[in-house]
Design a binder for this molecule. Structure first.
Ligand code: DSN
Length: 419
């Protein structure tokens, strides 16, 4: 269990401790969240936050960097080992700055990029019109087909019409395995670079539970805090030396200033955990749980986008299943201590703020020890709540069940003893 903190600043202390209580009492199903170990927390909250060190290990613009050099070098070496890559940059403050630097390393301003649309499950940084990626580049998007699946023939056809400089694969809300080899073939056919943003599935790839893009993508970006269960931030990897130099320059001095060494230390500690045998078991359980969870919903005739899941998440069409918007469904679940996020579905008629879907992920609760059985119970609770959302007594009864379940599976201090 995480501990309460004590600060001179009582207002912030109070908000943090209330958040600790919220995290413990709620069932967390946001697919991009997780519970880091106390070691990761400690490294992230360490005195490394005091240090400046623009540049890279051995080549800094400041003195006194010998210790942070050791931290950053360990982070880089561990990351290279996890994914079997030659070059890694661990400085991105977030997945978004990682993507900004990676795209800049591959495409000139106003060049053409092609990624999946937001409503099909893509990310803002893959070309959305109000994001840098849609403002500084000519952006084009592909969608999933009528079954909610990637259709590689359609993507190739579009790529031939557009002739993009860069194709982006890897998504925020796509529940099926990605065929990176097919994406490479499409990119080769139209002379484009290929970038894989594995933010969501990085932990599954690291554990060998999802195929790896390393052989196929020119550049791979990720966050470190989703299935990878590390400190919040981003990373970029490549096997191409020339591209790696451009990436380093686009991170610093291109988009960022001083590295956040406390965050890099938190990443490094998590990478060491990812390299341990227990992490493989964890990743396997995430997928097992996700399949059991979505299968249970299907027993209640709930519509899952793409018909199921191969990874840690899936999206429910709540409009068709319960006649609710995503916003309504997520607010109902919040009332009974279940946290999800509203999510657009393919060809959504609602705005991203309302949506017709909710996205559910199993990475966080698998960290707390949930197995298939608990996820089946949870599917039943969610289904009951969304059907009976006007019945306050029913919601109260379900909330008690959720609290009981959450208390039975406290947040863990460490994952090292897991078998
Ligand atoms: N915001 C993240 C997610 O929830 O998937 C992606 O960056």
């Amino acid at each position: 269990m995480y501990k309460k903190i004590s600060l001179m600043d009582k207002e912030i202390e109070n908000a943090i401790n209330k958040e600790l209580f919220r995290q413990e009492e709620h069932i967390e199903l946001i697919a991009s969240e997780n519970y880091v170990s106390e070691d990761v927390l400690m490294a992230t909250g360490s005195i490394l936050t005091n240090k400046y060190g623009e540049g890279y290990p051995g080549k800094r613009y400041y003195d006194g960097c010998e210790n942070v050099d050791a931290v950053e070098t360990l982070a880089i070496e561990r990351l290279k080992k996890i994914f079997n890559v030659k070059y890694a940059n661990v400085q991105p403050y977030s997945g978004s700055t990682a993507n900004a630097a990676a795209i800049a390393a591959l495409v000139e301003p106003n060049g053409k990029i092609m990624g999946m649309s937001l409503s099909s499950g893509g990310h803002l940084t893959h070309g959305y019109n109000v994001n840098f990626s849609g403002r500084f580049y000519q952006s084009f998007s592909y969608d999933v087909d009528e079954n909610g699946l990637l259709n590689y023939d359609n993507i190739l056809k579009l790529a031939k019409e557009i002739k993009p400089d860069l194709i982006i694969c890897g998504y925020s809300a796509y529940s099926r395995e990605i065929d990176f080899k097919k994406f490479r073939e499409i990119a080769d056919e139209v002379g484009a670079f290929l970038m894989a943003d594995i933010a969501h599935i990085a932990g599954l790839i690291a554990a060998g539970m999802h195929s790896s893009p390393v052989e196929y993508a020119d550049v791979i970006t990720s966050t470190t805090h989703k299935t990878l269960r590390g400190a919040r931030g981003g990373i970029i990897m490549t096997n191409n030396e020339e591209i790696s130099k451009k990436i380093d320059r686009w991170i610093f001095p291109g988009y960022q200033g001083g590295p956040l060494f406390h965050s890099i230390a938190g990443k490094a500690v998590a990478f060491n955990e990812v390299l341990q045998p227990f992490f493989k078991i964890y990743a396997k359980n995430i997928i097992k749980n996700s399949k059991a969870f979505s299968n249970q919903f299907q027993k209640y005739n709930v519509i899952i986008i793409s018909g199921g899941t191969d990874n840690h998440l899936f999206t429910i069409n709540v409009k068709q299943s319960y006649n609710l918007t995503g916003k309504e469904a997520s607010s109902i679940l919040q009332k009974i201590n279940i946290t999800v996020n509203k999510n657009t579905i393919p060809n959504d008629t609602q705005s991203p703020f309302i949506t017709s879907g909710i996205r559910l992920g199993t990475a966080a609760m698998t960290s707390r020890g949930f197995s298939e059985n608990e996820f089946k119970i949870l599917a039943n609770i969610i289904n009951e709540a969304l059907i009976n959302h006007k019945d306050d007594n029913k919601l109260e009864e379900l909330k008690l069940k959720v609290k009981e379940l959450a208390n039975k599976f406290p947040i863990k201090k460490s994952y090292w003893n897991e078998k």
